[in-house]
Write a protein that binds this ligand. Structure first.
Ligand SMILES: NC(=O)c1ccc[n+]([C@@H]2O[C@H](COP(=O)([O-])OP(=O)(O)OC[C@H]3O[C@@H](n4cnc5c(N)ncnc54)[C@H](O)[C@@H]3O)[C@@H](O)[C@H]2O)c1
Length: 322
């Protein structure tokens, strides 16, 4: 471990908690001291695998004086309680997306953060994923000109095989909180706050879960930029892509996370190339968190920033009458 390393605890030892802890260990900048989960067997198993201690619950983990910061990867319905417990115990927090399931919970977390004097980052990792990161960088550098129109689709077929709580609105908040939160956060991080929302949500197919079959959104941003987003769990096959039309280029992909599938059609006088990074996005995200912990700088995704994504989702559901 290098001298700038941090002693970390993990709350939530499920699929993503395990992945996140391993990614954090992969930075070489943390020591994983302890883990906990409501499923104590799961915690014990992961503790053995990652050479950490299993704690008897969230309070026991947060009470440990040898832990400076915690990673939280529990279902979103528990994010507020767990983040507040960790902050009140004096720990820095890396909280998985979505920050919480209501604007009120986000406000309470942000108050707890301000009172604790500790730092909070929310894991909106799409900001570090290619090709999204490179498109944002090119847009902000002025290479693409004005943003005109975006079309995004994230159609899920077998999504609910992953974890039962994701299918319950009380556990995940629904499709927009659990899945579309990625794209909605990225959009507002690049193009600013949404000024207009039209939303249609459909749930007709018989299913054992409560998530939307289809969500069709129209979002208006400043300067006339408009986005259509289609998502949901009721599609016969998975499909995930986008088409972004700018003044100087159209950028499209039918495999949203694969830079090799990005097609650029130039409309302006200058050639447009996107500079893709080969760094793993989770590694880049966690390095950014650890850099800010080490230097006390403002986190790249603060609680206030992530709360605005939650507010957008909540507002979108209200517009859809859902
Ligand atoms: N950033 C990403 O790419 C990404 C990907 C997947 C999941 N996630 C997020 O990670 C989080 C966890 O998702 P997951 O897929 O790992 O789910 P999961 O069901 O696999 O894991 C959740 C874990 O939390 C535990 N848990 C539930 N309630 C608890 C409580 N009250 N106290 C302690 N432990 C409790 C469960 O026992 C389980 O082990 C969610 O917020 C999800 O949105 C993010």
């Amino acid at each position: 471990m290098n001298p700038a390393s941090f002693a970390i605890g993990l709350i939530g030892c499920g699929q993503f908690g395990r992945f996140l802890a391993q990614a954090a260990m992969g930075t070489g900048r943390i020591g994983l001291k302890a883990v906990c989960d409501q499923d104590q067997q799961r915690a014990a198993h992961l503790a053995t695998e990652l050479d950490a201690e299993a704690c008897d619950g969230v309070s026991a983990l947060c009470a440990r004086p040898d832990i400076e910061a915690v990673l939280i990867a529990t279902p979103p319905a528990h994010h507020a309680a767990h983040a507040i417990a960790a902050l009140q115990a004096g720990k820095h927090v890396f909280l998985e997306k979505p920050m919480a399931l209501s604007e009120a919970d986000c406000t309470t977390i942000n108050h707890a953060c301000a009172e604790s004097g500790r730092q909070l980052m929310v894991g909106h990792v799409l900001r570090w994923f290619e090709p999204y990161r490179a498109i944002a960088a090119a847009y902000h550098a002025g290479l693409l000109g004005r943003a005109l129109h975006g079309s995004f689709w994230r159609l899920e077929h077998d999504f609910l095989k992953i974890a039962p709580w994701k299918g319950q609105r009380a556990g995940s908040g629904g499709y927009l909180f659990e899945v579309a939160a990625h794209e909605l956060d990225w959009l507002r991080s690049v193009f600013g706050e949404v000024q207009f929302i039209a939303a249609g949500i459909d749930k007709r197919q018989p299913s054992t879960h409560q998530l939307e079959d289809r969500v069709a959104l129209q979002l208006g941003f400043a300067d006339g930029f408009c986005v259509h987003y289609l998502g949901g769990t009721g599609f016969p096959a998975n499909s995930h892509g986008f088409c972004l039309r700018f003044e100087h280029a159209t950028i499209e992909s039918d495999a949203a996370f694969d830079p090799a599938r990005v097609r650029i059609t130039e409309h302006g006088p200058h050639p447009i190339t996107l500079a893709f990074s080969a760094i793993d996005p989770y590694r880049a995200e966690l390095d950014a968190w650890l850099d800010c912990l080490a230097t006390q700088q403002t986190m790249p995704v603060t609680g206030e920033d992530a709360a605005a994504t939650v507010a957008l989702i909540a507002s979108t559901y209200r517009h859809a009458g859902w």
